[in-house]
Design a protein around this ligand. Structure first.
Ligand SMILES: [Ca+2]
Ligand SMILES: [Ca+2]
Ligand SMILES: [Ca+2]
Length: 270
């Protein structure tokens, strides 16, 4: 396994910068990425070297984006994360500390950083498409609960009075466990799946019809993640990440990583 992971690291360093395909089995090498604000690679003592988007302290924002534009007309991306050390004060209907969550972002402008706290590092990044993993109820944003998924557009985390394109998830994302996520876009429908196991759920928990190139104004984008803390906080750790053309594989995220790496090795030999 050690040899395979070392091989993955080498593949990652080559392909993340030259082929528009992202494969990070860990973040000991962050070449191909731009880190902003509080984001830093750290050994979290459990998962190895992760990308810590924010540390567990108040009023932090961090983001990471691909340093190169990638094809955003269709894609499948998988990643895993762990949110730990919940802390802070209780208000706005929340019964558990810890905040604010993380957003997977597709945006064409720059490797930029959005707003703190309830903005989850996403507010102000426009045009953009975001998939939020929101751990704090903000009544001002029409959050449906203190732990939900949402699909957001153009730097806004306000879901509107009908709370469209959100779904509650239980247990909490910031329960300290490792979570796995799969986001697939076939060019017309964005699908989001999460699980505490490596088994990709058959049915998507959240979907939204959208044409990403129409929203962001072009076919290519910088892709990455934002996170933030406010009066409450968590460590927001991204453990691994793959991004490729639309190719939903009903396999665990970790196995998908190995498959993508194998494909890349074959491509390089041709
Ligand atoms: Ca919560
Ligand atoms: Ca929120
Ligand atoms: Ca929300």
């Amino acid at each position: 396994m050690i040899i395979r992971l070392i091989t993955l690291g080498l593949v990652c360093a080559v392909c993340s910068s030259t082929q528009g395909i992202v494969v990070y089995s860990d973040f000991s090498d962050t070449s191909g990425l731009v880190l902003n604000g509080a984001a830093a690679s750290v050994d979290n003592g459990t998962d190895g070297v992760v990308l810590r988007l924010t540390p567990a302290s108040g009023n932090q924002a961090g983001s990471i984006f691909s340093s190169d534009l990638v094809d955003a007309t269709n894609f499948s991306t998988t990643f895993s994360f762990r949110f730990t050390e919940s802390g802070g004060t209780l208000f706005d209907g929340n019964t558990e500390t810890g905040a604010d969550g993380m957003v997977f972002v597709v945006q064409p402008v720059s490797s930029s950083l959005g707003g703190l706290g309830q903005g989850i590092g996403f507010t102000g990044i426009t045009p953009a498409v975001g998939v939020e993993f929101d751990t704090w109820h903000n009544s001002a944003n029409n959050d449906p609960s203190s732990n939900h998924l949402g699909i957001d557009l153009n730097g806004s985390v306000n879901h509107g009075v009908d709370m469209l394109y959100t779904v509650d998830v239980s247990p909490d994302f910031n329960n300290g466990d490792r979570w796995f996520a799969w986001i697939d876009y076939d060019g017309a429908i964005l699908e989001v799946r999460v699980s505490q196991t490596t088994t990709r759920p058959t049915d998507a928990q959240l979907t939204r019809d959208l044409i990403i190139p129409d929203i962001i104004g072009q076919d290519t984008a910088y892709i990455g993640f934002t996170a933030a803390t406010g009066a409450d906080w968590n460590n927001h750790d991204l453990i691994d990440w793959t991004y490729d053309e639309f190719n939903p594989i009903p396999q665990p995220a970790a196995v998908s990583t190995l498959l993508v790496a194998a494909v890349l090795c074959l491509r390089r030999r041709v």
